[in-house]
Design a protein around this ligand. Structure first.
Ligand SMILES: [Cu+2]
Length: 475
């Protein structure tokens, strides 16, 4: 692309019939609103979103047809056509994001939410993305995975000057290939990503039949360290995050992935945390069909039930939804399916807490013993929590407490759903005789080995164990 457009040539936008207002109409059916706070002529208005609820997919009103993606607890940014340019307007700004009902966080994001709106376009599109900085410090936007001119790559200082507070920059590039991408700042990255600045960017194939699926879900893996009772993430945390989130939401605040039986389904995610996340889905095997590097040829795909997503990677997997049910989908690191927890809590499994509790209560009257038989009781316990704090293990299903949190959701496969019906259908009605059940017969005494093992080896073994120093360990 040799064409360079400065602010003069974009100062007279032609709002085509299928332009910004038309494309915005669908989002307006949800909670999105045109802010009206912009700006000089020539810049598309910046749509903004006040709600953390999943918004309906944004069907294309210009150019080739495609099946739009659905952003968990998110939305797709409307655009306008200006000549043959597809124009978007991102506003980097402080936002308030509900992490889950009962907890809000003061984050930084784009256009009212964190993550920012999903950008969707088509292979071969020319995109012009205005970025207005309403943060208290400079920023840039890097288009992760895109093949574009070096000066559009968004690395502050290296490929462009930083976007100072109050300023608007323009990015222009041709979408050379379809696939799965994301955007995030490349300026004061540690702070800006710890504060929630990121967004999804999907480029659909030019041919609507190519790699077509019926449902296409997207989310970003992110993490926060927000102390109990507080609202602002600690930005210096490197490893010990306490909130593991998809699109800045923690279970039970994460939307279910609602799917009609026999749909072809794609699930795309990208990892902007500081550690890897093995994403595991129950009930199915699937194939990884796309990474941020491009589509995976069929001959190179193999079946999986978990796919690890390393830091800075993106993965998309696909399956045919042949099995109805409520299928868990979650990160397989068990600490990532919990909400804020103190990692210094001692393990008391096997300890009789009665006596020690009486002793402790003499000095600390409210002391509550915990964990003598595991921690499952915490899923049910009505403990008093500081304000703005999510319980560590929470959520309940039709059979009781689930003891989950963090990076957990449910793929809800149902018969007879209309296309693009993403409403939560409620709990799955299992066919009779297909649920695990309690055995109520007589339990025979299980045979146990008794006496000495006749191996000639001594039965009393002395073991000297050197324990590692736990004081300075973190995870
Ligand atoms: Cu994880």
């Amino acid at each position: 692309m040799t064409e360079h457009t400065d602010s003069k040539t974009v100062s007279r936008p032609t709002l085509s019939r299928r332009g910004f207002v038309g494309a915005g109409g669908l989002a307006l059916a949800g909670v999105a609103a045109i802010s009206g706070r912009v700006q000089a002529a020539g810049i598309p208005e910046a749509a903004t979103q006040a709600s953390p609820k999943m918004q309906p997919p944004l069907f294309p009103h210009t150019g080739p047809d495609y099946n739009p993606v659905v952003t968990l607890n998110g939305w797709t940014m409307p655009w306008r056509m200006n000549g043959d340019w597809k124009e978007f307007h991102l506003v980097a700004e402080p936002v308030v994001r509900e992490i889950a009902p009962g907890m809000k966080a003061n984050l930084w994001g784009y256009n009212g939410q964190s993550p920012g709106p999903t950008i969707e376009a088509v292979e071969g599109d020319k995109v012009r993305i205005f970025v207005t900085n309403k943060l208290p410090e400079h920023t840039t936007v890097h288009w992760h995975g895109m093949v574009l001119p070096n000066g559009m790559d968004g690395v502050g200082g290296l490929t462009q000057p930083q976007i100072k507070p109050g300023k608007t920059f323009v990015y222009e590039f041709l979408l050379k290939k379809s696939g799965t991408f994301m955007y995030h700042p490349h300026a004061d990255e540690m702070v800006q990503m710890a504060m929630g600045m990121m967004g999804f960017f999907v480029v659909h194939p030019r041919d609507p039949q190519e790699r077509r699926v019926d449902r296409d879900f997207v989310f970003l893996l992110n993490a926060y360290d927000i102390g109990p009772g507080s609202y602002v993430p600690k930005v210096n945390t490197m490893l010990d995050f306490n909130l593991w989130t998809w699109n800045s939401r923690a279970f039970p605040g994460i939307d279910p992935l609602v799917v009609a039986k026999d749909d072809r389904v794609r699930v795309r995610f990208g990892n902007l945390t500081m550690t890897n996340h093995p994403i595991h889905m129950h009930g199915y095997d699937f194939k990884v069909t796309c990474t941020d590097g491009g589509w995976v040829p069929e001959s190179a795909q193999w079946p999986e039930v978990s796919v690890d997503c390393a830091v800075g990677q993106m993965r998309a997997f696909e399956f045919k939804a042949t099995e109805p049910g409520d299928w868990a989908i979650h990160c397989h690191k068990s600490h990532h399916t919990m909400n804020a927890m103190g990692h210094t809590v001692k393990t008391y499994i096997g300890v009789d807490m009665k006596q020690i509790t009486q002793k402790i209560r003499k000095t600390a009257p409210g002391f509550m013993p915990m964990g003598g038989s595991g921690m499952a009781d915490m899923g049910e316990m009505e403990m008093e929590l500081p304000d703005n704090t999510l319980p560590m293990m929470t959520g309940s299903g039709q059979f009781g407490p689930m003891e989950m949190g963090g990076m957990f959701s449910v793929v809800k496969v149902r018969e007879g759903l209309a296309a693009h019906d993403y409403k939560d259908p409620g709990p799955y009605k299992n066919p009779e005789g297909t649920i695990a059940y309690e055995y109520k017969g007589r339990l025979a005494e299980a045979p146990r080995q008794t006496g000495q093992i006749d191996s000639g080896a001594p039965t009393v073994v002395e073991v000297n164990v050197v324990k590692p120093d736990m004081k300075n360990m973190k995870h």
